[in-house]
Design a protein around this ligand. Structure first.
Ligand code: 13P
Length: 253
């Protein structure tokens, strides 16, 4: 049975002290994290070790990196390698967030390299995909997202693809308050699962968690997560407010 996941993406927000109190507030709330559920906190690099200490004795709660470099090591000033992440006990990493693709020119090919490096180090990549508004307006979002999957994930074999989490984040819904409707989310998630089925077969496709991201809030999480192929959310703004994120965690199915 595939996992249901609530993932916080803090992006470039919060000081260390603010982050510590946010985490503590969330962890001290009345959380119901079931056997088949996980909570991820993608925090800025300088907080990974401290955040990992804070969640260390909590079951099914994991600290996540927001990015990693696509080479193993070397003269890449300012970058962070997958080896560095594993050396501090990190087990998850976001790969290919649309903000990285847009502002840091991350290509599908580069993301394929990041996915490979993560998997080689037993880090679960949370692979982000999703279309800009122009593609949605042209109604070609299915082909667009399928291309992202093909170019960054479909070189993986059947064993490897099952270790990937996919996050569908339509760019027009990120930070805009304009959430995709539950039906729009389900439609794309079903399409992603169909692409996985065509590539890897039904049994494997059914085991892969597909998260929705884009203006998820406490008030809309239950409806989004109730959709058949929506296995949780990747949350930006609302994950910075303890009460909101607690509500989102408790909305997991
Ligand atoms: P918002 O929840 O702020 O729309 O951000 C979504 C996102 O980009 C999560 O990675």
């Amino acid at each position: 049975m595939r996992k249901q996941i609530a993932a916080a993406n803090w992006k470039m927000n919060k000081t260390l002290q603010e982050g510590q109190s946010l985490l503590n507030d969330i962890l001290s709330a009345d959380l119901s994290v079931g056997e088949n559920q996980e909570v991820l906190f993608a925090v800025p690099f300088p907080y990974l070790i401290e955040a990992n200490n804070i969640v260390s004795n909590r079951k099914n709660i994991f600290v996540t990196a927001q990015n990693c470099h696509h080479k193993t090591s070397g003269a890449y000033t300012g970058e962070v390698s997958v080896g560095m992440l594993t050396s501090i006990g990190i087990q998850y990493c976001l790969v290919g967030h649309s903000e990285r693709r847009e502002y840091f020119a991350e290509s599908n090919q580069m993301l394929a390299e990041k996915v490979d490096l993560c998997l080689a180090s037993s880090i679960t990549p949370v692979f982000c995909c999703g279309e800009p508004l122009s593609i949605r307006d042209a109604d070609t979002q299915n082909q667009f997202v399928e291309e992202q999957l093909k170019e960054s994930l479909f070189h993986l074999d059947a064993a490897a693809i099952q270790k990937v989490v996919i996050a569908y984040e339509p760019i027009w819904a990120i930070g805009t308050g304009r959430t995709a409707s539950a039906e729009q989310a389900q439609e794309m998630h079903a399409h992603i699962r169909l692409s996985l089925t065509n590539q890897y077969g039904e049994a494997i496709a059914q085991e892969i968690s597909i998260l929705y991201g884009g203006s998820v809030k406490g008030s809309n999480a239950s409806e989004l997560f109730s959709m058949k192929d929506v296995d949780g959310g990747l949350v930006g703004g609302a994950s910075l407010i303890a009460s909101e994120f607690v509500q989102i965690i408790n909305a997991l199915k």
